[in-house]
Design a protein around this ligand. Structure first.
Ligand code: ZN
Length: 261
């Protein structure tokens, strides 16, 4: 938590350096509106979405247990992810929410890159180092890693947003911007009635971690969001219904817009 506050020091300066205001879009109607006249405010923006895990990871234990760079240390390539008590896999949840967000962002004009192109039992990965570096070469505007949590603690429910801790030389460059993205993501989920996690330290829906290769290897602003606890009955209901997933997708789209405004 201390590092989180340290990161927040220049938040105001970052906000003041924000992008062009409304009128600029009026001069770019050729690219900033659709044929029907609706707005495309994210034209020119590049967003990376990282749907957690892969449905077939459990079929490839040797591949996903292989150690890969994770930001100054090594870690397993990936994990199988969790599931609801009814057996609905995290990989499928993350994939479906990601595809909804992708569609929404593309309608708004953004270029969207995914870290995996399918959700299948005969596929595995990519590894966390590949996910962590995704978007670096194209200098993406931001990256959101989509997950569901799997806590067996009694009554544990709600979402939390994980931002990279400030750790030189890995995340110092993206620490402040990622914190801003984390705050925007939390605000957007809250605004749509998704409860904040009651089982994560601090209880404010924010967490800072330095042990996640997906965050450590990123050179672009990034967060990992655990949208709910798949082992909780109510969260599981939200995560396994189309209406629930649409709520998450609307929130992540709004967070992206808010961050890029
Ligand atoms: Zn996960």
């Amino acid at each position: 938590m201390r590092a989180l506050r340290r990161c927040a020091g220049v938040l105001v300066a970052v906000l003041l350096l924000g992008g062009p205001a409304g009128p600029a879009y009026a001069e770019r109607t050729d690219v900033a509106t659709r044929a029907d006249g609706s707005a495309r405010p994210l034209v020119g923006r590049v967003v990376v979405l990282d749907p957690g895990h892969q449905l077939g990871n459990h079929n490839f234990p040797r591949k996903i247990n292989r150690l890969v760079p994770a930001g100054g240390f090594k870690k397993a390539c990936n994990t199988t992810g969790t599931a609801t008590n009814g057996g609905y896999p995290e990989a499928t949840f993350a994939w479906r929410v990601t595809r909804l967000v992708q569609a929404r962002l593309e309608r708004l004009g953004a270029k969207v890159l995914l870290t995996r192109s399918a959700n299948r039992q005969d596929r595995w990965g990519p590894c966390i180092d590949v996910r962590g570096r995704a978007g670096n070469q194209v200098a993406a505007d931001l990256k959101i890693s989509v997950h569901g949590d799997g806590s067996y603690a009694a009554g544990a429910h709600g979402f939390h947003v994980i931002a990279p801790a400030d750790r030189r030389p890995w995340t110092h460059d993206i620490c402040r911007s990622s914190r801003r993205l984390a705050l925007d993501t939390r605000a957007a989920l809250r605004a749509r009635g998704v409860p904040v996690a009651n089982y994560v330290a601090g209880g404010d829906g924010l967490d800072l971690r330095s042990d996640l290769g997906t965050l450590n290897l990123s050179d672009v602003p990034t967060v990992m969001v655990e949208l709910g606890n798949m082992r909780d009955r109510r969260d599981a209901h939200r995560m396994t219904t189309a209406a629930g997933r649409a709520t998450y997708a609307r929130a992540l789209t709004a967070a992206t817009r808010r961050y890029l405004r």
